[in-house]
Structures are given as C-alpha cells and as structure tokens.
Write a protein that binds this ligand. Structure first.
Ligand SMILES: NC(=O)c1ccc[n+]([C@@H]2O[C@H](COP(=O)([O-])OP(=O)(O)OC[C@H]3O[C@@H](n4cnc5c(N)ncnc54)[C@H](O)[C@@H]3O)[C@@H](O)[C@H]2O)c1
Ligand SMILES: [Zn+2]
Ligand SMILES: [Zn+2]
Length: 361
C-alpha cells in the first residue's frame, strides 16, 4: 500500500514549484522509506527547476536531508527502522569499473530506488539526484541511507548530504588541502563556505574568500576565511597574489561554476597548484585558455563530484567533529522553513540572503 504524502514538485522549466500529493510505494528489495525530518535548499534544486540538469520533468526536488528510517524492504541489512540517517546520492555499487579499480568515489553505477514515486494521477517523478526529499516520506535505496549519531539535529546533519559535503570534500579530498596550504574559494554560498570550513579543518594557513556580495564575505570570515576579496570591486587575481607573496594560492576552488570565475581561479593559483571546479556550470558554458598557460603553470585542473566523498566514511566523521564543536554545521542553517516556502527560498538564495534555508517537517 502506497503512502500518500506532500512534496515539492517542479513541473516545467522555470515554472514556480508547487506542493503536490505524492504517492510513495512500500519499500521493495534493497529499498528503504525514510521519514524526512529536515532538507536543505541547494542551488542544484534550482538548477533542476531551470532545466539546467536535464529535461526529465516533473522533478521531486530536495536532496540534502536527514531523517528516520520508517520501513525497509527485503534483504536490507545496513539500516533498520528507527535509525537516524543522512541521505546520500552516492550509494556505491562495488562492481563498476571505478569501484573495481579501488576508486568507489567515482562509482559510475550508484544505487537508487528501483520503484518510482508518483503524482496522485500516476505520473512518475524524477527525484532530484536520485533522492527527492522535499517530501514527508521518501523512497531510496538502502545504500543511500548513512547512519550517523542521532545526537546531531536533523537541520544541521542533513546539509552534509550534499552542499556541505561537496564543499568540504572539494577542499580536502579533491584539492588535497593540508596543513600550511594557501587556498582561495570563489563563491561563498553553502558550498564555498563549506570549502572554507574544510580548509580550516585541514590546517590551511591562508584562506581567501572571494565573492561579489559583501554579506557573503562577512559570513565567510565566521567559517574560517583569513582574508576576503570582493571580486565585483577588485581584480581577485591581483588581490590573491598580493596576499600570497606575489605567487598565488596552492589550491583555488571555483564554487560558482562560471567560466569567468574558473578563469580567475586558474590565474590566481601558484605554479603547480590545483584548481578545483565544484560549482556546476550550465550546459551552454564554454571556456578558452591559452594552452601554453595550462602547460606552463603545471599542477592540476580537477572537477569535484560530491567532493569525492564516500558517505559511509565521511558523514559519520564530520558529524563526530560537529558534535565535538570542531565543525560549524549550525552556521550553515540561515533559517528553517515549511514545505510551502521552497519557492520563496529560491528567491532568497538568488538575492544572496541565505546560506541555507532548511525545510523542517
Ligand atoms: N559538485 C558538486 O557535487 C556540487 C554539489 C552541490 C552543489 N554544487 C554546486 O555548487 C554551486 C554553489 O552552490 P551553493 O548552494 O553554494 O550556491 P549559492 O547560490 O548559495 O552560492 C553561490 C555564491 O556564489 C557567489 N557568486 C555568484 N557569482 C559570482 C562571481 N562571478 N564571482 C564570485 N562569486 C560569485 C554568490 O554571491 C553566492 O554567494 C552551484 O553551482 C551548485 O549547483 C555542486
Ligand atoms: Zn561502482
Ligand atoms: Zn545539492
């Protein structure tokens, strides 16, 4: 018997999202149903609504969530009813070519629920990032449930499910930021600020926050930025060089996903440094760079999918650090909102008024 619940759906490109009745099937083999307690509003949800990811409308949005497992299907052993879990979009398969090469963080065949959640009329929904969590109950693959310490509040814990993990991982996993490194982070939203907090955690000694919004730069200081640059007013490449003895940073992170920003990151980096692209560009964007500069500057240009994380390794670790007061998850929660307020939260995100609006149930 399917559950009948309320959830946020994007029906068409650019159209405002709406709260709809969603039918959630009982979990089948390997699946779990989770009572969502909190789900953050990520910029990627807005990318979906704008048709920037694909055209598989209607989407069930939301994917940065934590909650309690309420039912499990046949054969599920990693979680049980009542477990407090963060949902992830990297349930690794263990069998694809990436997993077999010992690099499960690149898994090319991650698990999602096999059954579909639908609208009341039976229309199948595409869940954002294979999750769909702006909904009272959601159906996922059991591997998408990562058990963490229930002492963490769901509002904070859920953010690890996407943006915060992507940012932290962009710095410490993809960028390899370590003790004494210099780092510049372009774009200080939820993802960029997490890259800043992650860089601090890893021991970076110079952390330069770059944004076009002074409010964001102020918040970035609270996350660990040692310097700030408003790139709408100052040339960020010159400013970053001036702050690093004329050389540039060891790791430059683009948490916007825009060719102009990527180019700034490219030139703001020291010789043999690393550029990490964690912001998601739209499909029309292109970039042109002098090939001699790509060669001559050395180092690496890397993309960071989900911060190269392994949820089973990284979520419990970051929750433990949070509970010890060593990672500022609460500071990412700008406001808690109701399901009906997701469209308004997109507008606030657009105006730069929030790091994360979090839907609570
Ligand atoms: N790679 C991944 O796995 C992954 C995961 C989650 C999110 N993302 C992506 O990361 C990006 C950031 O997400 P978010 O939730 O932090 O978004 P956000 O909207 O909260 O933050 C974006 C920030 O970039 C700033 N900005 C915009 N244009 C700029 C420019 N030209 N120069 C400098 N700063 C600029 C904004 O002022 C804002 O502070 C999005 O593209 C999102 O889709 C990627
Ligand atoms: Zn795999
Ligand atoms: Zn996200």
């Amino acid at each position: 018997m399917a559950y009948e619940v309320r959830g946020v759906v994007a029906r068409g490109k650019g159209a405002p999202v709406s709260v709809e009745t969603i039918l959630v099937p009982d979990p089948g083999p390997g699946e779990a149903v989770v009572d969502v307690q909190a789900c953050g509003v990520c910029h990627t949800d807005l990318h979906y609504r704008e048709g920037g990811i694909n055209d598989d409308f209607p989407f069930l949005l939301g994917h940065e969530a934590a909650g309690l497992v309420s039912a499990v299907g046949e054969g599920v052993t990693n979680v049980a009813v009542g477990d407090f879990v963060i949902l992830n979009w990297r349930a690794v398969c263990g069998q694809c070519r990436a997993c077999l090469r010992g690099k499960p963080q690149y898994c090319f065949a991650t698990h999602n629920a096999t059954q579909k959640m639908t609208l009341a009329d039976g229309t199948e929904l595409s869940p954002a990032l294979g999750i769909g969590a702006f909904v009272e109950k959601t159906l996922v693959h059991s591997g998408q449930c990562t058990k963490v310490d229930p002492a963490a509040p769901a509002t904070a814990a859920g953010l690890l499910g996407c943006g915060v993990m992507a940012g932290v991982g962009a710095a410490i996993n993809t960028g390899g930021v370590g003790r004494g490194d210099s780092v510049a982070v372009f774009g200080c939203g939820g993802v960029g600020d997490a890259a800043i907090a992650g860089s601090r955690l890893a021991g970076a000694s110079t952390i330069i926050a770059v944004d076009i919004d002074d409010r964001k730069l102020e918040w970035a200081k609270g996350m660990g930025a040692t310097h700030t640059v408003n790139s709408g007013q100052t040339d960020p490449v010159e400013a970053i060089k001036a702050l690093t003895g004329g050389f540039g940073v060891n790791v430059a992170i683009d948490a916007v996903g825009h060719p102009k920003v990527f180019e700034q990151a490219f030139y703001a980096r020291d010789l043999a440094g690393t550029v990490v692209l964690v912001g998601v560009p739209n499909p029309t964007m292109t970039i042109e760079l002098p090939l001699i500069e790509v060669f001559g500057r050395g180092g690496a240009l890397k993309s960071s999918w989900y911060g190269d994380c392994l949820p089973s390794r990284d979520f419990p670790m970051l929750i433990d650090l949070y509970l010890q007061g060593r990672f500022p998850l609460d500071e990412f929660v700008s406001e808690t909102i109701a399901l009906k307020d997701v469209e308004a939260a997109f507008e606030k995100m657009h105006r730069g008024e929030v790091l994360r609006s979090v839907v609570v149930f």
